[in-house]
Design a protein around this ligand. Structure first.
Ligand SMILES: O=C1C[C@@](O)(C(=O)O)C[C@@H](O)[C@@H]1O
Length: 241
């Protein structure tokens, strides 16, 4: 199966699904059978973050396109340990996955995660989440530039959208930075359209749910695929192929 790097090369939007560790064997089979483009491994959701347990679960996805996330509590995640432990875990899983996602705000470990990704020739998503609202365009541009300067291969910005103005602000960010690989998400009920519309404007990955715990406004995987097949001929063609 194509790696995430290969999948990103053809410029067609990708649909991700996030997984914990309740049944990694079943989840990996779903990724294969339903042709999920990216398996986001939410290691901060795992029942244990002991390296042996994590590596065992992560390895069940071998050969599939994977993105490992160990989300900090500051950005809506559940990572229970110290920053030094988080960096060590990123270093341990990096050889096993295609890419990792680390927050721009995680200043203490960001350079270490980027350096480890470079050593293993893996991709880095540098992310920013705001579960309260959508900052103004100028602030979003600063965050984007900060992520690029930190070494991001992809910049992900996910903010709560409270209405059309927020969607427009986020869409503006996408269209103004079309030379970058961006992942832009408007969270919440008011942002849900962004999960289909923004990939049509160039957002590289959209996140969806298969059971589990959907993020605010996420659509089910099948629904996301169906919508993108309707509105993106290139996406539909890739699904057929
Ligand atoms: O950051 C993101 C985006 C997300 O928060 C969403 O709203 O789809 C879901 C998370 O799992 C992922 O890491």
């Amino acid at each position: 199966m194509a790696t995430l790097r290969e999948r990103l090369a053809d410029e067609v939007p990708l649909v991700a699904v996030s997984f914990g560790d309740d049944d990694a064997e079943r989840d990996a089979a779903q990724v294969r059978d339903r042709r999920v483009d990216v398996a986001e491994l939410r290691i901060d959701w795992y029942s244990s973050v002991e390296p042996d347990h994590v590596l065992d679960r992560v390895r069940r996805f071998r050969g599939l396109p994977t993105l490992a996330t160990i989300r900090s509590k500051a950005e809506g995640g559940y990572w229970p340990g110290s920053e030094a432990e988080r960096l060590r875990l990123f270093e341990a899983v990096l050889p096993e996955v295609d890419a990792v996602d680390v927050e721009l705000s995680s200043e203490e470990i960001l350079p270490g995660v980027v350096a480890a990704a470079r050593r293993h020739d893996r991709l880095v998503v540098v992310s920013h989440h705001d579960f309260t609202g959508t900052p103004p365009a100028g602030r979003l541009a600063e965050i984007t530039e900060g992520a690029v300067a930190a070494g991001a291969d992809l910049v992900k910005i996910s903010t709560m959208a409270h209405g059309p103005d927020d969607l427009l602000t986020l869409a503006g960010l996408l269209t103004r930075h079309s030379s970058l690989r961006l992942i832009i998400i408007g969270m919440g009920a008011e942002g849900a359209a962004s999960r289909v519309f923004f990939p049509l404007l160039g957002s590289r990955i959209t996140y969806s749910a298969i059971g589990g715990r959907p993020a605010p406004g996420q659509l089910p995987f099948d629904e996301t695929v169906r919508q993108l097949e309707t509105f993106s001929p290139r996406f539909a063609e890739r699904r057929r192929g």
